[in-house]
Design a protein around this ligand. Structure first.
Ligand code: ZN
Length: 441
């Protein structure tokens, strides 16, 4: 661990769900101390205290990690990568590495470089987006057309929609199911195919998750999320904010129907000798470069339109539910997609902090209406095969219902109403606060 992290962490007084009561924006990027960091999603419920990004002297941990990243000797790291790969490379064409991904720029880069530069035999696995965008589908096709085998896993849509709606109602997190699948399915697939090596992309410490695993090549890429658990205790594990016990009783579901969402058992992972690694540990990971790489090596296309809520066109564009996911995050934490995209661009020296601030004033928190009709239909509860749907006071989702639900997740230290009764962010930014992280520490 670098000495930077020996610095004393800033202290924040926190509210009952774990958020710092006073909003501070990082002096170097645009994240605030309200950014939630990855947690073990299968424990998440209404009462869970959220973990938030760490700050040191007013600088967020993502900035520190990105600063450290610039000092990493990637030549040395590539050597380590080659050693690991030569240990696992198959000689008879059997799959020797599993790469989870959607076929977006990052998974494209991972599979392509492992196959064509390092001579591996990858199997790729995709947890299907809730609702594919046209360009997401196109990019998925052009990805596998570069010559990779893919398993497209489509979870039972009735169960998937139910769990996603529950996660919206109880956690205001309609994307939870997708994250769970993406994290938990790959190890199970690797086991079935007897593949011993799994490669995720970059470490989420680069986006502000706890940096304690940043100096290890192992992990899901989300450094403080567990890869496996010791047992499935149905009274303690939550999906969509309610326990498995309750899910089974109310909706008459079977445990095996919920298995794709649950982590692999530690014992199984150990016995199968699978190792889970982050490719971003070994190779310098830059989203912009991955985008160019994908465009040069396939028919990869950006979205034809700006993503609502931000200014970008090629970050996470596969799923029509994604816009809603970022909007719900904005309601909960005051941080929308523009902040995340702009902060990433600041870390990679693509834009200045001031440019980022003006992008925020332009796009942050924009309500996404382009796929609204389809998304509401998807999250409306009318599936024939599921029992107990009268759990939902209103089965059909519409904008009025969503906005009322949103109000339950607005926090007093982030939101207030203006003189005409509209919600607005209650804190103001000090725009003078430009600060180069290279001047610091
Ligand atoms: Zn920062």
């Amino acid at each position: 661990m670098d000495e930077i992290f020996d610095k004393k962490e800033d202290f924040f007084e926190r509210n009952h769900i774990g958020f710092p009561k006073k909003v501070i924006r990082c002096k170097s990027c645009l994240l605030t101390n309200q950014k939630m960091v990855n947690s073990d999603q299968y424990l998440d419920n209404k009462n869970t205290k959220k973990e938030t990004i760490k700050f040191y002297d007013g600088i967020c941990s993502a900035c520190l990690v990105n600063k450290l990243k610039k000092k990493i000797d990637y030549k040395e790291r590539e050597k380590q990568l080659k050693e690991i790969l030569s240990k696992y490379r198959s000689k008879n064409g059997d799959y020797d590495v599993l790469i989870p991904g959607s076929g977006g720029k990052d998974s494209f880069y991972a599979s392509h470089i492992l196959k064509y530069k390092y001579g591996m035999n990858p199997l790729t696995v995709t947890w299907r987006p809730h609702i594919y965008t046209e360009w997401g589908q196109h990019n998925f096709e052009s990805w596998i057309n570069t010559g990779v085998t893919n398993i497209l896993y489509s979870p039972n849509p009735h169960i998937h929609r139910l769990l996603s709606r529950l996660a919206l109602e109880n956690l205001f997190h309609p994307f939870q199911t997708f994250g769970l699948g993406q994290q938990n399915l790959p190890a199970k697939i690797a086991k079935k195919f007897n593949i011993k090596l799994i490669f995720y992309g970059e470490d989420s410490a680069e986006y502000g998750s706890d940096a304690k695993n940043y100096f290890s090549y192992k992990g899901l890429g989300a450094s403080n999320v567990k890869e496996a658990i010791d047992e499935i205790d149905e009274s303690k594990i939550f999906l969509g904010g309610i326990t498995i016990e309750e899910l089974r009783e109310r909706f008459d579901l079977k445990i095996n129907q919920l298995d794709p969402y649950l982590p692999i058992l530690s014992e199984e992972l150990e016995d199968s000798k699978i190792i889970i690694c982050k490719l971003g540990y070994f190779l310098k990971w830059r989203p912009q470069s991955n985008y160019y790489y994908a465009s040069e090596n396939s028919d990869f296309i950006p979205a034809p339109e700006r993503t609502q809520g931000t200014y970008t066109k090629f970050n996470s564009i596969d799923d029509k539910l994604d816009d809603l996911f970022y909007w719900t995050g904005f309601i909960k934490s005051g941080l929308g997609r523009t902040t995340f995209d702009a902060s990433q661009d600041i870390w990679n020296n693509e834009i200045s902090r001031n440019e980022g601030l003006s992008l925020i004033s332009k796009y942050e928190g924009e309500y996404p209406d382009r796929f609204e009709k389809e998304v509401f239909k998807y999250l409306s509860m009318n599936m024939e095969s599921i029992k107990g749907l009268d759990y939902f006071k209103q089965k059909d989702l519409n904008r009025n219902y969503l906005f009322n639900l949103a109000d339950n997740f607005r926090q007093a230290h982030i939101w207030n109403k203006n003189s005409i009764g509209e919600w607005q962010i209650s804190y103001s930014d000090n725009n003078e606060n430009n600060f180069e992280v290279s001047d610091w520490g």
